[in-house]
Design a protein around this ligand. Structure first.
Ligand code: AVI
Length: 311
């Protein structure tokens, strides 16, 4: 089988405990559901980070162009640019010497972003790269220009601890001395606030999880009965880990391609983690992966932090 998605799904569903990777949430429908999540009352992450960028855009630009006036603003997983546009607007009007380099593996996402940027900021230099993050970074001809990498949204939190460390080390290797990373982390806070963000009233997050079963049905000839699974998020205030599960409400058998997957009643599929951090966790992640923390920006409630790291 030469399809990575199919291989990962079958491997995950035949493991104990069963698991699926949240990186597969983002098909076209998943992207649209995630947009809805970001607008939810309960999902404070996007609004908190937006507040930080808006309140600190001038200070952020000063750091980005300090002792190296020209820079590439490289964004990993740019999406619709809702938050980044706050910075872009300020950087363009301050006549900063930079080009914006959004990187994504979805050509569709990049095209939509490029069109909207051309309309909103006609003078902005944009270079879209459709590739995996590190390959794209290597592909970027920078002739001595400082790279500033944006990794927003606490996307790092969807990696396990060991994967996050591996990812940040790999990023550090791909950067040169003096390059910067501007990274968003969701902070530990009242556990009820966190849990609500992953268990919204309208059931949008539930649909986000179930959409992966739908995707398996469509792309891998599966026959998941979506009504036979219950969305169940948890938050562990000791480890700071939010985990989401889909729990089978009955004993059932699901066919995927030519395999039969058996579910006991109340057996769970582990779907996603969203790590929440303390400031000590963040400091230690940076030092373990070869970075120095040079500045932290918080929202007014201290729900979220954007941390500036230098290689
Ligand atoms: C993309 N990522 C940071 C989101 C998060 O909060 O972990 C994905 C998400 N999952 C459920 N709601 C939002």
């Amino acid at each position: 089988m030469n399809n990575q998605f199919a291989r990962d799904v079958l491997k995950g569903l035949t493991s104990t405990p069963k698991e699926l990777s949240s990186k597969y949430f983002y098909d076209e429908e998943g992207d649209a559901i995630f947009q809805q999540i970001m607008n939810l009352e309960e999902y404070y992450l996007t609004r908190s980070e937006h507040e930080i960028l808006k309140a600190n855009k001038a200070r952020i630009l000063d750091i980005f162009r300090n002792d190296a006036p020209r820079f590439n603003l490289v964004e990993f997983g740019a999406g619709d640019g809702y938050k980044t546009k706050v910075l872009l607007e300020h950087f363009v009007s301050s006549e900063a010497d930079f080009q914006y380099v959004p990187i994504d593996i979805s050509g569709n996402v990049l095209q939509i972003l490029k069109d909207s940027l051309e309309e909103e900021f006609p003078s902005l230099k944009v270079k879209c790269i459709k590739n995996e993050y590190f390959k794209a970074l290597k592909q970027l001809e920078n002739g001595g220009t400082r790279n500033v990498v944006l990794f927003l949204g606490s996307n790092i939190g969807n990696f396990t601890d060991s994967r996050a460390i591996e990812f940040l080390k790999e990023l550090n290797d791909a950067l040169r001395d003096g390059d910067l990373l501007f990274i968003g982390f969701d902070l530990m806070k009242d556990p009820d606030v966190i849990l609500r963000a992953y268990n919204d009233q309208e059931g949008v997050t539930r649909n986000f999880n179930l959409n992966l079963l739908k995707r398996i049905n469509r792309e891998l000839h599966g026959n998941f009965d979506l009504t036979g699974f219950k969305h169940f998020p948890t938050y562990n205030p000791v480890t700071g880990t939010t985990a989401s599960y889909l729990v089978s409400t009955k004993k059932q058998s699901v066919e995927i391609m030519d395999s039969n997957i058996e579910f006991e009643q109340w057996e769970a599929i582990h779907m996603e983690i969203s790590q929440k951090y303390s400031m000590n966790d963040i400091e230690s992640l940076a030092t373990q992966t070869g970075f120095a923390v040079i500045r932290n920006f918080y929202d007014s409630r201290k729900y979220f932090v954007n941390s500036v790291w230098r290689k």
